[in-house]
Design a protein. Structure first.
Length: 198
């Protein structure tokens, strides 16, 4: 539930609708008009068209756009490093995803692995346009693409964005034996065993 009192995530997608990594290379449907995946998806024109994708957000510096005429491209030229200013793109990308959806199109957001940069942009979009807190957005996206794991710097920027949108944050950064992580990772980190300790 969002801090504004109601969730606007589509109830028609309440059950996770993951598409097998092996079958089509790792694409997850986040909403009826938003897909998240790794970079190789952007080279599969047949798959993109079959999913109704009309816009591709490429959140990498390492993968070029294919520039096929039937797709609109948005480039977010960032490396997956904690100091990369991904927050500068939150509104622009969220607004584009929303605009494409209003025109009955669909957007693929991808980075190299579909784990950090692209997931971060999808979380920002859900907060802004689906009126959900960061914790709910993360739970939603992780249920559809379990491998997501934005880097620590991106989490800090998402927390700041949530405060900007809602006046509070639902995710906190906490100290663990493995460093500072968002509290959504804290439970996972308690069960980690360093390989050199075995």
């Amino acid at each position: 539930m969002s801090s504004r009192g109601h969730s606007t995530l589509p109830r028609t997608l309440m059950a996770p609708r993951m598409i097998s990594e092996g079958d089509i290379g790792g694409i997850a449907q986040i909403t009826s008009s938003l897909f998240l995946g790794r970079g190789s998806i952007a080279s599969n024109r047949h798959l993109l068209q079959a999913r109704g994708i009309t816009c591709i957000v490429n959140a990498t510096i390492e993968i070029p756009n294919f520039n096929w005429p039937q797709f609109e491209y948005v480039k977010v030229p960032l490396a997956d490093v904690p100091h990369a200013p991904i927050g500068l793109y939150f509104d622009t990308v969220a607004d584009k995803i929303h605009s494409v959806s209003r025109k009955h199109g669909a957007t693929l957001v991808h980075c190299a692995a579909g784990v950090s940069r692209s997931a971060t942009l999808c979380l920002a979009y859900l907060m802004k346009y689906h009126n959900v807190c960061l914790l709910e957005a993360h739970t939603w996206v992780k249920a559809r693409r379990p491998v997501i794991r934005p880097n620590v710097g991106f989490w800090r920027q998402l927390i700041d964005y949530e405060r900007q949108l809602f006046g509070k944050s639902t995710v906190k950064m906490v100290q663990t034996p493995y460093g500072i992580v968002p509290d959504v990772y804290e439970k996972e980190s308690r069960h980690l065993m360093p390989y050199w300790g075995m």
